[in-house]
Write a protein that binds this ligand. Structure first.
Ligand code: HEC
Length: 132
């Protein structure tokens, strides 16, 4: 039941999102991950998370070395994020790197994640927020 509660919002998000999806804009699906499934796809930091920050200077236009914290550049992003300020492994949904730029919130006055990016960040944290 607890697991169902956890999965339900993800599934609803997935359905809502895929219902109005345009393939030419969003070619990829929102990942639905089950942290208890050992064969689940791994959302590694280098392959999945860093590009969200760096691609087209998405976040690094401001979150760069000497700029706004956290430093999200390739060289510094992991060490900059690897603290209780940004990552909460016991309640991944409360991690600031996930909640602050979450779509539909007003905490971050700047760029927000797309639904897919948010799901990837959350998946990465649920899988242990490793430097992988
Ligand atoms: C136009 C500049 C700009 C861009 C682009 C930007 N941010 Fe920010 N970000 C800021 C500023 C300024 C703050 C501090 C004020 C605030 O919290 O809104 C901030 C705060 C944050 C914080 C909270 C920092 C803390 O220590 O409390 C996080 C997390 C964050 N941003 C993540 C991101 C992510 C992820 C992206 C890319 C999707 C991004 N930001 C894109 C300017 C930016």
């Amino acid at each position: 039941m607890k697991k169902l509660k956890l999965l339900l919002p993800i599934i609803i998000l997935f359905i809502t999102f895929s219902a109005c999806k345009y393939d030419f804009i969003l070619p990829e699906e929102i990942p639905v991950i089950d942290p208890d499934n050992p064969t689940a796809e791994i959302f590694g930091f280098a392959e999945y998370v860093l590009p969200i920050f760096n691609k087209n200077d998405n976040c690094t236009s401001c979150h760069k070395t000497g700029g706004q914290l956290p430093d999200l550049t390739t060289e510094k992003a992991y060490s900059s994020l690897n603290s209780a300020r940004y990552i909460n492994l016991s309640s991944p949904e409360q991690s600031k790197i996930y909640t602050h730029p979450l779509p539909g919130t007003s905490t971050h006055k700047h760029k927000k994640y797309t639904a897919q990016e948010a799901a990837i960040i959350l998946a990465w944290i649920k899988q242990g927020a490793k430097n992988n």
